[in-house]
Design a protein around this ligand. Structure first.
Ligand code: NAI
Ligand code: MG
Length: 355
């Protein structure tokens, strides 16, 4: 029997609630699918930072380098600045393991009400592909004359041909199995060096994909189109910053942030990829047992797909769709009264093997 070894990092807040629940769903899917998941647990978190001064041990990446995948909850907690939790854990893993694609599906499901009036399931179904390693999120920069009247701060953006091309190719390859339509997020009117370069690479890469349609929008009007015309999109590719914004906005237009999944992918599989929901640690509801586990569970389905277990991934996604459509076991963020555990039980109950 195939065994996949998975690093589990629940992190902070509701990460500690939704991760174990999602593991139950993945275990059930693995039993039905005839494979095994071997979990190794890591306590890397803000809580660890508060005790030891670091989010993870200095050799953290080496400890998980040989895993097949990383299953992460969320990090961040009041008292620890967000740039510490981000740069102390998430970014080192994303960069160290060349997870240059951040992939987030945006799909309006039956049973979930979109905040957009008159949108039905099927109207909104696209992917945001965010560049995850370079771009605007660079550590190159600094501060001069700190605290003085002529204080000066600079931060550089970094766009490489390799970095642009590979994420764009991923977007086209993904669209190949869909509607073959790729949209690029740009801002080449205002950002006059890097964004025209991004556009240039997009045009160059698109040439290798005959039969595809493409378009591009400046990020400002693109955000408006996400709200007004979400049915226009199939695969949207964007730089790190623009992709970050779009990949929160996308899930927001299809309902609760609590159901949105995400993946940080190293497509070549030279390193483990990392699967985590879009939401954070939600300190406002942590410890109450009411967090929606669907974002975490769906991220787990994306992990199984990446590992090659397509049938099991599909089964989990179908179970999520069933439970959402039935509407009798939903958490508060979706207008129900169920707790995290009840909703998870409903998903497990909807998996084929348990029917
Ligand atoms: P958040 O996603 O944690 O919460 C935003 C709102 O959505 C809150 O009202 C929360 O209760 C609700 N919510 C989130 N997930 C939910 C779920 N599964 N079920 C029901 N309701 C849910 O974002 P926020 O408040 O901006 O950040 C809180 C902390 O999380 C911060 O420290 C932030 O840095 C961190 N964070 C971490 C991320 C990560 O680990 N990838 C991503 C986003 C935020
Ligand atoms: Mg974000």
């Amino acid at each position: 029997m195939t065994t996949y070894s998975i690093a589990v990092i629940p992190g902070d807040g509701i990460g500690n609630e939704v991760v174990p629940e999602a593991q139950r769903v993945l275990e059930a899917a693995a039993r039905a699918g005839g494979f095994e998941l071997d979990w190794t647990h890591y306590d890397w978190s803000c809580e660890r930072f508060a005790k030891t001064g670091s989010m993870m041990p200095a050799d953290g990446l080496d400890r998980i380098r040989d895993k097949d995948a990383i299953f992460l909850g969320a990090v961040g907690f009041p008292g620890v600045p967000d740039h510490v939790s981000l740069w102390g854990l998430l970014i080192p893993i994303r960069r160290g393991f060349h997870q240059y694609v951040n992939l987030r599906p945006v799909k309006l499901m039956k049973g979930v009400e979109s905040p957009l009036k008159g949108r039905e399931p099927g109207d909104i179904d696209f992917y945001v592909v965010r560049e995850n390693n370079e771009g605007e999120y660079s550590s190159i920069g600094g501060r001069l004359y700190e605290g003085q009247p002529d204080e000066l701060v600079m931060q550089q953006s970094v766009f490489t041909r390799r970095g642009c091309d590979r994420v764009m190719r991923y977007a086209f390859d993904l669209a190949a199995g869909r509607k073959k339509h790729v949209t690029s997020a740009t801002k080449s009117n205002g950002i006059s060096h890097t964004m025209p370069y991004w556009d240039e690479r997009f045009a160059a890469v698109a040439k290798d994909y005959p039969g595809f349609t493409t378009d591009q929008f400046h990020i400002d009007i693109l955000t408006a189109h996400f709200v007004r015309n979400p049915d226009w999109f199939d695969v949207v590719v964007a730089s790190n910053l623009f992709g970050d914004i779009l990949s929160d906005l996308g899930p927001a237009v299809v309902g609760s942030i609590g159901i949105a999944p995400g993946a940080n992918i190293n497509p070549e599989k030279d390193y483990p990829s990392m699967f985590e929901p879009v939401h954070g640690s939600a300190p406002d509801i942590a410890g109450k047992g009411i967090a929606n586990p669907i974002g975490q569970v769906w991220s787990g389905a994306m992990m199984l797909r990446h590992l090659g277990e397509e049938a099991a991934a599909r089964a989990i996604e179908d179970a999520i769709e069933d439970v959402l459509a039935r509407r009798d076991s939903l958490t508060r963020d979706l207008g129900g009264t169920a707790g995290t555990r009840e909703l998870t039980d409903a998903i497990i109950g909807a998996l084929p093997a348990s029917r």
